[in-house]
Design a binder for this molecule. Structure first.
Ligand SMILES: NC(=O)C1=CN([C@@H]2O[C@H](COP(=O)(O)OP(=O)(O)OC[C@H]3O[C@@H](n4cnc5c(N)ncnc54)[C@H](O)[C@@H]3O)[C@@H](O)[C@H]2O)C=CC1
Ligand SMILES: O=C(O)C(=O)COP(=O)(O)O
Length: 534
C-alpha cells in the first residue's frame, strides 16, 4: 500500500481535517502564512498541499514541488491556484464546493441587513457611548428587489433565504436555464436589467477573466441607488469605482467581504467610506463550514494518494464513487494495453484510439481513457499521469479517439488501445478474467493469452519447426528463465507468428542480436511492465 505521505497545510483549516489526514497515516505539517521562497522550500518534499484563499499557488510552486500529487482547496474559490500549471505538472486540483455554501449565503444575508440598517456604524458609535438613534433610518428588504449576479450554489441559497423574507428576485447568469431560476422564484434577466431593477444587488460569480471588474462605474450608475453586496470575490467589483459611487450617493451603501488584494491594505478606498460595511473575508468562517470543507479535502487527498477518484477534482477525470470499484481494474488494464502498444509500434505515434466493447462500454470511461494515454506516453519517457495525459496529447498534436459498443464478441468486456500514424498502426486488446485478472488477448491481430506484467518478450517469427526451441535455448544460455509463453499464428502454413514470453529475469542486450541473427525471427521487442512475473 501507500507509503507515508507528507501533507503541507499553508492556510488554517479545521482540526477535524488535520486529524483525518493523520488518522489515515499521513504526515501533516502546518506552515501558515509562508510566502515566496519560504513557501517554495516548505512545499519541496510535500505530496499534497492544502490551502484556503490565503496562499497563491503559482507555477513556481509546482516547479518546486516535484512530488506533489494534489492541491486541496478547503473551500470553493480556486482563483488563487494556477490550475493550468497544475495540469501541466500532472497535479490534481480539488476543492470543497458544498461545505461552506450555507455559511456564505448566511453571511451575504447578514451583510445585506447590516448595510440596510447601518448596524456596524450604529454599533461602533454606541460602544463609544453615543446614542445616535436619530441618525439612522434604515431600509427594509421586504418588498424590495434583489438582483443576483451568478445563480450558482451560493446565489441559489441566498435566493431561497431572501425570497423567504418577501423580496422580489431577478437574476443574471448566462450559464443557467430559466427553469432553474423560476424554481427559486427568480426571474432570469439580462445583466443591465438586473442592475437597473435591483434595490439590492448581490454578486456570486467566481473570479475569472470574464468576471474581473464586471461591476464598475457604468454598472453602478445603472443601479442608480440601493445597495451592493459582494461576498464572492474582490476583483469582480471595481473597488475604486464602488468607493466613489457610495461616496457621491450614486449608491446608498455597500457591504463587502472580499477584496482584490487580501489581507486588505489600510489604504483601500472602501475602508474610508462610512456607508461601506466591511468584513475580513468571513463568508466561510463558521464552525460547521470549516469542519465540512476540511474533512472533505482530507478525504480527497487520501483518495488521491490511494489512486482513487478525487470527487471534486477540477482538472482530472473523476468517477462516481459507487462506479469506481467496477472501473478500477480497467484503469490498470488500459494503462498496460497502452504501454504494450506504444512499445511494440516502431513508428511515431500521432493517433491513439481507445475502444471499449461489452460491459465496460456502459461505464463512465473518461478516467480509463486517460490511463490508456498515460500508458502510451510513459514509454516515451514523458512526465505523464492521468491528470495531464489528455493535455499532453493535445499539446503534441496527437489525435485521441474513443469508441464504445455494448456488443463484445468473445469477452464480457474488451479494451483495445490502437496507436499509430498515417502509415501504420498497432492494436493491443485486454480483458479481465473473472472480472479482475488482466490478460492481453490480442496483439496486432494475433490472438494471444498473456499475463501482462514484469519482463516480457514479444517475438515475431516464421512459423517453422524449432523456432520456439531456439528462442528458449538462447534465453536459457543467457540465464533468462521463462515463466510462461504463448505462441499465436495467423495461419497453419508456416507463415508469420507472434510469441509472447513472460520472463523471470531482465534480458541482456546481446540476446536480441543472437535472436535476430536467425532468419526465421523477424522482430524482437522487450517490454517492462509493473510487477514481476509469477
Ligand atoms: N466570502 C466567502 O468566504 C466565500 C466566497 N465564495 C465565493 O462565492 C462565489 C460563488 O460560489 P458558488 O456559488 O459556490 O459558485 P458556483 O460555481 O456554484 O456558481 C457561480 C455561478 O456564477 C455564474 N457565472 C459565471 N460567470 C458569470 C458571469 N460572467 N455573469 C453572471 N454569472 C456568471 C455561473 O454560471 C454559476 O452559476 C465564488 O467566487 C466563491 O469563491 C464561496 C464561499 C465562501
Ligand atoms: O470558499 C471560498 O471561496 C471562500 O472564499 C472562502 O475562503 P477562505 O477559505 O475563508 O479563505
Amino acid at each position: 500500500m501507500i507509503t507515508r505521505m507528507k501533507v503541507l497545510v499553508t492556510d488554517p483549516i479545521d482540526d477535524a481535517g488535520l486529524e483525518r489526514l493523520r488518522e489515515a497515516g499521513h504526515e501533516v505539517e502546518t506552515a501558515y502564512d509562508v510566502t515566496g521562497d519560504a513557501l517554495l522550500d516548505a512545499v519541496a518534499d510535500a505530496n499534497a498541499l492544502v490551502v484556503r484563499s490565503g496562499t497563491e499557488v503559482t507555477d513556481a510552486v509546482f516547479e518546486a514541488a516535484s512530488d506533489l500529487v494534489i492541491v486541496g482547496r478547503a473551500g470553493i474559490g480556486v482563483d488563487n491556484i494556477d490550475i493550468d500549471a497544475a495540469t501541466d505538472h500532472g497535479v490534481i486540483v480539488a476543492n470543497a464546493p458544498e461545505g461552506n455554501v450555507r455559511a456564505a449565503a448566511e453571511h451575504t444575508v447578514a451583510m445585506a441587513f447590516a448595510s440596510a440598517r447601518s448596524i456596524p456604524q450604529a454599533h461602533a458609535r454606541l460602544k463609544t457611548g453615543e446614542w445616535a438613534k436619530g441618525d439612522y433610518l434604515g431600509t427594509e428588504l421586504n418588498a424590495k428587489t434583489l438582483g443576483i449576479v451568478g445563480l450558482g450554489r451560493v446565489g441559489q441559497e441566498v435566493a431561497k433565504r431572501l425570497d423567504g423574507i418577501g423580496m422580489d428576485l431577478v437574476a443574471y447568469d448566462p450559464y443557467i436555464g430559466e427553469e432553474r431560476a423560476e424554481r427559486l422564484g427568480a426571474k432570469l434577466v439580462e445583466f443591465e436589467a438586473c442592475l437597473e431593477r435591483a434595490d439590492f444587488l448581490t454578486v456570486h460569480t467566481p473570479l475569472t477573466p470574464e468576471t474581473e471588474d464586471l461591476i464598475s462605474t457604468e454598472e453602478l450608475e445603472l443601479m442608480g441607488g440601493g445597495y451592493l453586496v459582494n461576498c464572492a470575490r474582490g476583483g469582480v467589483v471595481d473597488e475604486d469605482a464602488l468607493a466613489a459611487a457610495v461616496e457621491d450617493g450614486t449608491l446608498d451603501g455597500a457591504a463587502i467581504d472580499v477584496f482584490a488584494d487580501e489581507p486588505v491594505s489600510p489604504d483601500n478606498p472602501l475602508l474610508d467610506v462610512d456607508d461601506v460595511v466591511v468584513t475580513p473575508h468571513l463568508g466561510a468562517s463558521t464552525e460547521a463550514a470549516q469542519e465540512n470543507v476540511a474533512t472533505s479535502i482530507a478525504d480527497q487527498i487520501d483518495a488521491a494518494f490511494n489512486g482513487e477518484p478525487v470527487m471534486n477534482a477540477l482538472n482530472a477525470p473523476s468517477v462516481d464513487k459507487s462506479a469506481f470499484p467496477r472501473i478500477r481494474p480497467y484503469i490498470d488494464l488500459a494503462e498496460t494495453a497502452g504501454k504494450v502498444a506504444a512499445q511494440l509500434l516502431d513508428g511515431r505515434i500521432s493517433n491513439v484510439e481507445v475502444s471499449y466493447e461489452g460491459d465496460i462500454a456502459e461505464e463512465d470511461i473518461e478516467l480509463v481513457t486517460a490511463s490508456a494515454l498515460k500508458g502510451v506516453f510513459e514509454p516515451l519517457e514523458w512526465q505523464v499521469n492521468a491528470v495531464n495525459a489528455p493535455r499532453i496529447a493535445e499539446e503534441r498534436g496527437i489525435e485521441v479517439t474513443e469508441s464504445k459498443t455494448r456488443q463484445a464478441e468473445d469477452f464480457q468486456s474488451l479494451v483495445t488501445v490502437t496507436v499509430g500514424n498515417d502509415d501504420e498502426s498497432l492494436s493491443v486488446c485486454g480483458t479481465l478474467f473473472a472480472g479482475e485478472d488482466p490478460r492481453i488477448v490480442r496483439i496486432d491481430g494475433y490472438r494471444v493469452d498473456a499475463i501482462p506484467h514484469g519482463q516480457m518478450l514479444v517475438a515475431r517469427n516464421y512459423d517453422k519447426p524449432g523456432v520456439i526451441g531456439f528462442i528458449g535455448t538462447v534465453l536459457g544460455e543467457n540465464d533468462v528463465n521463462i515463466a510462461g509463453m504463448f505462441n499465436a499464428r495467423r495461419s497453419a502454413d508456416g507463415g508469420e507468428a507472434l510469441t509472447v514470453y513472460n520472463l523471470d529475469d531482465p534480458i541482456p542486450e546481446e540476446v536480441s542480436e543472437k535472436l535476430l541473427a536467425d532468419e526465421r525471427i523477424t522482430d524482437v521487442k522487450y517490454l517492462t511492465l509493473n510487477g514481476t512475473a509469477e
